[in-house]
Design a protein around this ligand. Structure first.
Ligand code: ACK
Length: 310
């Protein structure tokens, strides 16, 4: 039995209602396959009498095999139902009826960052748009890390960052997020979950999970933003040497930095700004978790670059 009295403004939908707003989960409303289930576009309007304002939403139907989906569903409801922040995707409601587990989110017009970063939509993102997106995501992570019991996001990567029409960014997919204590010990976990290419080395090799694991993953995405190269693809292509290892020496050498910068950015950024981002990236990617900056430092580094529009 699930008591939701601690949740803020979350609507409980019936399965019928969600079927109605997604037009019967029709293929025309299908947005794609997410972390733990399929996502459909829906529209909440007044005819439903939910009391919610009319708005487009994204409805995620979790996979139902072996109760797996239930855990992710619960993690998401508990975290997003209680934590409200401009850079976390807003949970509008949920459905928990028989074995149906669904989540209803605010609709994010531009989908996820992965599609934009690696140019599946054509034009490359301008430099300042990239900074804006990563600054927003940094603020989302900072907020999670600053909770009384810090929340570790654990799966930071471009496909989990959603974009609104004005390219402000929000974190989504909290199915893997944890306060680190679920496995008994506060910072060691036996089962490593996350994504190869983005997960921190100490987490992969020893299951050592801290907020600094998120900082490493943030560094990988910073690097992807600088280079427009996909950390996962390079991992396969470079025979053991991944994007991070390839780029690390050039990140800290101002004379070599140009070699790794996305060519489509050439001449469209200030050298000072890009150097600052390169230094931050290098620090986030430190082997030693204790040498990495906090997300607060990352926010303080990125904010002025955006404010100065340099
Ligand atoms: O790039 P996309 O359109 O953005 O394709 C993926 C797909 O569903 C599977 O994750 C999209 N998606 C997920 N959550 C939302 C949301 N809240 N608003 C809009 N699209 C979403 C995601």
């Amino acid at each position: 039995d699930f008591s939701n009295s601690f949740l803020i403004n979350i609507h409980i939908f019936s399965y019928e209602e969600l079927k109605t707003i997604t037009q019967g989960f029709s293929k025309y409303n299908y947005l794609g396959e997410g972390g733990f289930g399929e996502v459909y576009k829906g529209f909440v309007d007044d005819t439903l009498k939910t009391g919610l304002k009319a708005q487009p939403v994204a409805v995620k139907a979790l996979k139902r095999e072996g109760g797996q989906g239930h855990r992710e569903w619960l993690a998401e409801v508990i975290i997003l139902g209680q934590l409200k922040h401009p850079h976390l995707v807003r949970l509008v409601g949920y459905c928990c009826e028989d074995d149906h587990r669904l989540l209803v989110y605010e609709y994010m017009e531009r989908g996820n960052l992965e599609e934009h970063l690696f140019q599946k939509y054509g034009g490359a993102l301008p430099w300042l748009t990239r900074v804006k997106i990563l600054l927003g995501a940094a603020k989302g992570l900072e907020f999670l890390h600053k909770q009384e019991k810090p929340v570790i996001y654990r799966d930071f990567k471009p496909s989990n960052i959603l974009l609104s029409s004005d390219f402000s960014s929000k974190l989504s997919d909290f199915g893997l997020a944890t306060d680190g204590s679920e496995e008994g010990d506060s910072s060691f976990t036996k089962s490593v979950m996350g994504t190869e290419g983005y997960a921190a080395p100490e987490y992969i090799s020893a299951g050592h999970l801290t907020t600094m694991s998120d900082v490493f993953s943030f560094g990988v995405v910073l690097l992807e933003m600088l280079t427009a190269r996909n950390a996962v693809e390079k991992y396969r292509a470079k025979r053991g040497r991944n994007l991070v290892e390839w780029a690390r020496p050039m990140l800290k050498d101002p004379n070599k930095l140009e070699r790794i910068i996305d060519p489509s950015l050439e001449g469209k950024y200030s050298v000072e700004g890009i150097r600052k981002v390169a230094v931050l990236t290098y620090q986030c990617l430190s082997h030693n978790p204790k040498s990495r900056p906090t997300m607060t430092t990352a926010v303080k580094t990125l904010q002025p670059i955006l404010d100065l529009k340099d």
